[in-house]
Design a protein around this ligand. Structure first.
Ligand code: PLZ
Length: 446
């Protein structure tokens, strides 16, 4: 049982956003480009467990965790202390200039924790996009090939290469081209939107992957197949059993590097340390970020030693890659994730929340599906009487939640999904309260 500094109870003092937030948001708009979107324009002053406190004194329930980052909470005392101690010693040397033990220790932990007991190496970076981009660089160097296969509805980042690998045009790509070449997209296994017989969804997606490789790319040209085990920004799409092992098998068959992008799914979120573990899939390379740094910017590529060795001395890195303060935070966060069994907590969140989300499918007429694994859960909104996407309903329900002090995020290629990504340490009674608000939000649509 985690004890919290801030009482774990939703409490509103003003409208959300309140007057102080409105004032600060106006100041922000004069200083920061609107290109930076914002889900809920409240300004946070304090956060702990499942509660965010804003400048107007409102206590909001956090079902976003800063997009799956603060799994251990936004101010876990062990993380806060590790950060303070490391910052007091030194904040930076650049690991490419002089070394420090924290970097090595995080690499050792990830080598041990990630799927597979083969020999591994880990390279640290700062952002998820950087990790994905470096995984592709390493795979290209290793295979001496160029083509990268990605999946429909994928999200991999906002840099040129990862934006090119991301599926959704607006807001991520629109007007930002030309895009990086040699990126090929294949259909996802998306059961809810699959038009054929359900049992053929996986078979069909894998056949299409084979076909694209054979006809559009050439079997000896594929450097990497990059997959999110559960598609994140694209809509929390959980592929049916057999899909992920099937993709891994196809990668192996063509000598391509199988990259699992576990930036969002990794480190406990889905009820296991890694989403790949669910079907015992062992990726050649795995990217992590988000929960890894306990809120500090840290990302990693972990993979087979022989593949990682392909990037020769000096060929990968970055000024801030594996920053010592971020590494200290990561070591503390990993201790909490493993030591306090946060994957188990994620399963507890699923057990508590998913049945209630499924009820909304039965009762509302506009929730087409409830899905997800662990503490990565979502509902997909549809038009009454069909399964056509209903982004307007998702927007209205999200707005209702926000106005009532529950921070939810939307996602999905069609913008019609509300996703729940609470800190894994969230108090289950607080979660229940937030789910009540969500259910009210759905109910008020009719
Ligand atoms: N791979 C699977 O989910 C980041 C995007 C937020 P960075 N997802 C949140 C936004 O709109 O910018 C993500 C991800 C997966 C890669 C990334 C990229 O991680 O740390 O945002 O670069």
């Amino acid at each position: 049982m985690t004890t919290h500094r801030i009482e774990q109870r939703r409490a509103l003092r003003t409208a959300v956003p309140g007057p102080r937030s409105v004032e600060l948001h106006a100041r922000r708009r004069a200083a920061v480009p609107d290109g930076f979107g914002v889900t809920l324009p409240v300004f946070v002053t304090d956060a702990d467990g499942g509660i965010l406190v804003d400048v107007d004194g409102n206590h909001l329930v956090d079902l976003a965790a800063g997009i799956a980052v603060t799994s251990v909470g936004a101010s876990h005392p062990a993380v806060a202390k590790a950060v303070a101690d490391q910052a007091a010693a030194f904040t930076h040397t650049c690991f490419m200039v002089t070394e420090y033990e924290g970097f090595v220790a995080v690499a050792e932990r990830l080598n041990a924790l990630t799927p597979g007991d083969h020999e591994k190496r880990t390279a640290l970076f700062s952002t998820g996009a950087e990790a994905v981009e470096n995984a592709v660089k390493i795979a290209r160097r290793y295979t001496k090939r160029e083509a990268v296969v990605v999946i429909d509805h994928a999200y991999h980042g906002r840099t040129l290469l990862t934006m090119s690998m991301t599926a959704k045009n607006a807001p991520y790509k629109d007007g930002f081209g030309p895009f990086a070449p040699e990126v090929y997209r294949v259909p996802a296994a998306y059961p809810f939107r699959y038009r054929g017989k359900p049992e053929e969804c996986v078979e069909d997606a894998l056949a299409k992957l084979e076909e694209v490789i054979a006809t559009q790319i050439g079997p000896d040209r594929v450097a990497a197949i990059v997959v999110e085990p559960i598609l994140g920004e694209g809509g929390f799409i959980v592929p049916p059993p057999g899909y992920l092992p099937g993709v891994a098998e196809i990668a192996r068959k063509y000598g391509a590097v199988f990259v699992a992008d576990e930036v969002q799914t990794g480190l406990g979120r889905t009820g296991d340390l890694f989403a790949c573990n669910d079907e015992g899939v062992v990726p050649d390379l795995i990217t992590t970020a988000k929960a890894l740094g306990g809120g500090m910017p840290l990302s990693a590529v972990t993979g087979r030693a022989e593949i990682m060795a392909a990037a020769g001395p000096g060929s990968i890195g970055g000024t801030y890659a594996g920053n010592p303060v971020a590494c200290a935070a990561a070591l503390a966060a990993l201790d909490v994730i493993v030591g306090d069994d946060l994957p188990g907590k994620a399963r507890g969140i699923e057990a508590r929340a998913l049945p209630r989300l499924r009820q909304l499918v039965e009762t509302s007429g506009v929730v087409g599906e409830a899905r997800g694994r662990g503490a990565m859960l979502a509902i997909e909104f549809v038009q009454r009487g069909s399964n056509a996407p209903n982004a307007d309903a998702a927007k209205r329900v999200a707005a209702y939640c926000h106005a009532n002090g529950v921070l939810v995020l939307t996602c999905g290629t069609f913008g019609n999904v509300i996703r729940l990504l609470p800190p894994l340490v969230i108090d289950l009674d607080l979660l229940d309260d937030a789910l009540d608000v969500l259910a009210e939000g759905v109910a008020q649509l009719s």
